[in-house]
Structure formats: structure tokens, C-alpha cells
Design a protein around this ligand. Structure first.
Ligand SMILES: Nc1nc2c(ncn2[C@@H]2O[C@H](COP(=O)(O)OP(=O)(O)OP(=O)(O)O)[C@@H](O)[C@H]2O)c(=O)[nH]1
Ligand SMILES: [Mg+2]
Length: 290
């Protein structure tokens, strides 16, 4: 119901909202096949070993259908399929009236209200939608692979903007050291104004064997501690709420515009403009009732 949006969704959020606010969200993003689901599966195992429950949202902005994603993620995360402490859901573009950027924070809220202290959001690629989805996370992990180098030259600035932790997954393959140098150089050129500003660490992992996943989990914990100590976590969450509110207002105005710009009154106004009886701005003012 939340994914479909509309009045049902509003009622659910109204009831859930007072019970939310305790979950910490981790975004895991990277190109298709980078190993995000395999890494997520390993992180879920670590979290469960620590005794905590965890929710996972696999978000695929590129796919109009969720069938494939669900199937793939189920296969990769089947160890947890019978664990009541783990909830995994795939979300694709289809059926999301308000778009994934609007649906994702609502889905996080369900898991938060259900008492999951950790929510992992997996998203494919690095484009606008992904950046927005990453914006829903407290800590964003960007997964790259060896040999990554020049192919994503154009995206590097965008990556830097959203990455709190870099992961070089498939570190068992050739080129991991070069990729690390490349990332280090990129970070070198980035200006961190304050000495105690968080600098994204780079962690090597082999998700298929679990190598380095402990170090990744520690890096996430370090980032969380840094956000909490500096007050940045509050600032991020404040910015997120403002952004969400803005999106909701925008969506409602859009719906209102569609209403105004259809029907008899609109036809009459358009005809009046066409007949030079009124200019387009004045006609719009009249339609909007101002
Ligand atoms: N050699 C090697 N293969 C890996 C590693 N991690 C994942 N893979 C393999 O890479 C493939 C893709 O892994 P996924 O975890 O599905 O990657 P993903 O990023 O979730 O993929 P999408 O969700 O489709 O974008 C699978 O065949 C994995 O077994 C690794 O560290 N080393
Ligand atoms: Mg995946």
C-alpha cells in the first residue's frame, strides 16, 4: 500500500510514524553486478551474530519489473529466508506512483516501526535516482570493483559526493591495488575543510568468501560514531526531512496542476487566450483562483 502511494499510504504513515526513529540506515550502492547483494548477505550474517534484527530493501531504479531482482536476491540471501529476524524486500519502478525516491523512505519507516535497528538499502548504479535513494541512508557505502578506473570517469564526482565508505569488492581479482590508488588520488584532491572531517575509508572485500566484511562493518560503525559525535547525523536527518517535505508538497502541487489543467474551465480559458481576450498569465491566475 505504501508503494502505491495515495490515501492508504498516508494513513499507514500516520500510524507508523510515532513508532519510528530508532533505526540506523545503511545504503549500499554500486554498478550492476558489483557484489552488493553478496555483501549485504554477509553483513546481515554479521548483524544477526551480534543479536540484532535487520531489514533489507533491494531497490532497482532501472528495472520496470521486480521479478528478476526478487529472484536473484532470494537466491543470494536464501540463508536468511527462514530467519524471522531478517526481512528482505525488493522494490522496482513499477507500481511506484510517487517514484522510488518517495517510496523508499516510507518502506524504511515500516522496518523501523517493526523494530529493526538496522535497515540496509541496496541500490543499483550511480545516477540521479540512486543519489536520491542514497540520500535516505545514514551511512552510504559505494561498491566498486578492480579495473573500475576510467569507465566511470564522469561519475567520480557524484560518487565522492555520496560515499561515506568505499569498498573495493572482488579484491580477489587483478587490479585491486590500482583501483585503491585511483580512489586514494581522488580523495587526495578532495578538500576536507576541517581536520576532523570524516574521510571515506577504502575497504577491500571478497564478498563471496566474506574476507574484509568484518572491516567493512567496523568502518560503518566508525562512520556512525563520527556522525553522532559531530552532530552531523542530526543535520543529515534534518536535511532529509526537509527534502522529503519538499518532495511531498511538489507532488501534491503537481496533482493539483493536473486537476486544474483539465475539464471545461480549462478549455474555456485556453479558448479565451486563443481569441486574444486574455493573456496566458492572467488566464493562469484566474484558473488558480488568485
Ligand atoms: N570473484 C568474486 N566474485 C564475486 C564477489 N562478490 C560477488 N561476486 C559475484 O558477482 C556476481 C554478482 O554479485 P551480486 O551480489 O549479485 O552483485 P549485485 O551488485 O548485487 O548485482 P545487481 O543487484 O544485479 O546489481 C555473483 O555471481 C557473485 O557471486 C567477489 O568478491 N569476488
Ligand atoms: Mg543485487
Amino acid at each position: 500500500m505504501l508503494e502505491m502511494g495515495g490515501n492508504g499510504a498516508h494513513e499507514i504513515v500516520a500510524r507508523l510514524y510515532p513508532r519510528t526513529g530508532a533505526a540506523y540506515t545503511i545504503g549500499i550502492t554500486g554498478s550492476p553486478g558489483a557484489g552488493k547483494s553478496t555483501l549485504t548477505d554477509r553483513l546481515v550474517t554479521l548483524i544477526r551474530q551480534g543479536g540484532d534484527e535487520v531489514g533489507v530493501l533491494a531497490v532497482d531504479p532501472s528495472s520496470p519489473f521486480s521479478g528478476g531482482a526478487i529472484l536473484g536476491d532470494r537466491v543470494r540471501m536464501q540463508d536468511h529466508a527462514t530467519d524471522a529476524g531478517v526481512f528482505i524486500r525488493s522494490m522496482a519502478t513499477r507500481g511506484h506512483l510517487g517514484g522510488l525516491a518517495l517510496a523508499t523512505p516510507q518502506a524504511v519507516r515500516v522496518l523501523d516501526a517493526a523494530g529493526k535497528p538496522w535497515v540496509i538499502i541496496e541500490t543499483v548504479g550511480v545516477g540521479q535516482v540512486e543519489v536520491e535513494v542514497a540520500g535516505a541512508a545514514d551511512t552510504t557505502v559505494v561498491v566498486v570493483n578492480p579495473g573500475w578506473g576510467d569507465s566511470v570517469q564522469a561519475n567520480k564526482a557524484g560518487l565522492l559526493e555520496i560515499a561515506d565508505v568505499f569498498v573495493i569488492n572482488k579484491a580477489d581479482r587483478d587490479g585491486a591495488a590500482e583501483t585503491r590508488r585511483d580512489l586514494e588520488m581522488m580523495l587526495e584532491m578532495t578538500n576536507f575543510p576541517d581536520a576532523d572531517d570524516w574521510r571515506p575509508p577504502i575497504v577491500d572485500t571478497v564478498a563471496t568468501t566474506g574476507e574484509g566484511v568484518g572491516a567493512l562493518w567496523r568502518a560503518v560503525g566508525d562512520h556512525r560514531a563520527s556522525l553522532e559525535a559531530s552532530g552531523e547525523l542530526d543535520r543529515r536527518r534534518r536535511a532529509r526531512v526537509r527534502h522529503e517535505l519538499h518532495d511531498i508538497v511538489l507532488q501534491r502541487l503537481h496533482e493539483r496542476a493536473s486537476e486544474i489543467c483539465s475539464g471545461e474551465k480549462f478549455d474555456t480559458a485556453a479558448n479565451a487566450v486563443l481569441a486574444r481576450e486574455v493573456d496566458p498569465y492572467a488566464a493562469a491566475d484566474r484558473l488558480m483562483g488568485s
